[in-house]
Design a protein around this ligand. Structure first.
Ligand SMILES: [Zn+2]
Length: 344
């Protein structure tokens, strides 16, 4: 389910939000559309957020500022005015990889990769897309976030599943505490791929067959004149499929579930960029002549965050202590009469 927030007055930017993430008070997140910016390219008044060859750098920078303000603004936020950029936007040069960067401050060198994670407040991690899927994972307990860019290549490399793994590795996140959101992107209504893509997925995922659907050019005729097709060929001797469509969102949802995230905790905005080039930038619908949208996520600094970090530290100490106690208690049973070994 998607929630829409329209920023009043001078910021006519529509920010799409995932219903389940919008309830988290310390979280800032949002998905852009193509409207409300200052780019003259791409039909004018476009919110192009990528430094493309058809748009000016200053327009994109203005658009990014406005989008960052719109993501951070909440209806109750009276202090935040449109046009301010309270948080830096952190992006990476996207290379359709499974590379994920842990970020704790604004990087002073360009990153290349397709995933960013942080627990540092006041940073907006963002990925660009114009058909590929933006995916967010949020650890509601450790107050950590991750954002990932998943085209078919990144999906094949399990970027979403690895993203959840990186949150576990860096922040000891538990899948039970994670919520995820799948943003606007090309859906299986429009995402035609070649047979080589299906072969690659079949080599990687046992459930690959459930991610693809086929249609034949003659399907419409077949439906209209079924009697013409009574003389079917023997199985295995039929026509080859003419069109193959990949369900990229389902592929990523399966990976999030494989990572241990409960299906109820995965929101899908279920919006097809290619079906709606009037709302979204779509690389395929616009044959490459298009802008870029951003999906952004960050951690708000809230007063009791310090308390929660203290609690976390205490938790770790308690865990370490209880591990030592368990080790000491188990020792006589495992090594009766042995000399006390070094602590592991
Ligand atoms: Zn579509």
């Amino acid at each position: 389910m998607a929630l829409r927030t329209k920023i009043p007055a001078k910021c006519p930017i529509e920010v799409l939000r995932a219903g389940s993430l919008a309830k988290i008070v310390w979280l800032a997140h949002g998905f852009s559309t193509r409207h409300g910016g200052v780019s003259q390219a791409y039909g004018g008044n476009a919110l192009n957020l990528g430094f493309t060859t058809h748009d000016s750098r200053s327009a994109v920078e203005n658009n990014r500022q406005a989008f960052a303000s719109a993501v951070l603004a909440r209806p109750a936020d009276t202090q935040l005015k449109c046009g301010q950029v309270p948080w830096p936007i952190v992006t990476a040069r996207q290379i359709h990889s499974d590379l994920i960067h842990f970020v704790s401050s604004r990087p002073d060198y360009p990153l290349a990769g397709d995933g960013l994670i942080t627990r540092t407040p006041n940073l907006l991690l963002a990925v660009m897309a114009a058909d590929c899927l933006p995916i967010m994972i949020v650890d509601t307990k450790q107050q950590a976030v991750g954002i990932f860019h998943a085209g078919w290549r990144g999906t094949l490399k399990r970027i979403a599943e690895k993203g959840a793994g990186e949150l576990r590795r860096h922040f000891r996140s538990r899948p039970a505490d994670m919520k995820a959101a799948i943003g606007p992107g090309i859906r299986d209504c429009c995402y035609q791929v070649g047979p080589e893509v299906r072969e690659k997925f079949e080599g990687q995922f046992g459930y690959a067959s459930s991610l693809f659907r086929e249609t034949k050019e003659s399907d419409e005729v077949r439906q209209k004149y079924p009697l013409l097709f009574l003389n079917q060929r023997a199985p295995g001797h039929g026509e080859h499929p003419e069109k193959i469509f990949l369900n990229l969102a389902e592929a990523n949802r399966r990976q999030l579930i494989d990572a241990g995230i409960s299906p109820q905790d995965i929101s899908d905005l279920n919006r097809c960029t290619c079906c709606r080039p009037d709302v979204f930038f779509s690389h395929r619908a616009e044959k490459g002549m298009t802008g870029r949208m951003l999906a952004a996520v960050g951690v708000r600094e809230i007063r009791n965050r310090q308390l929660s970090l203290v609690r976390l530290e205490t938790d770790f100490k308690c865990r370490a202590f209880s591990t030592r106690r368990r080790w000491a208690a188990a020792l006589p049973l495992r090594h009766p009469g042995a000399a006390k070994p070094d602590r592991p």
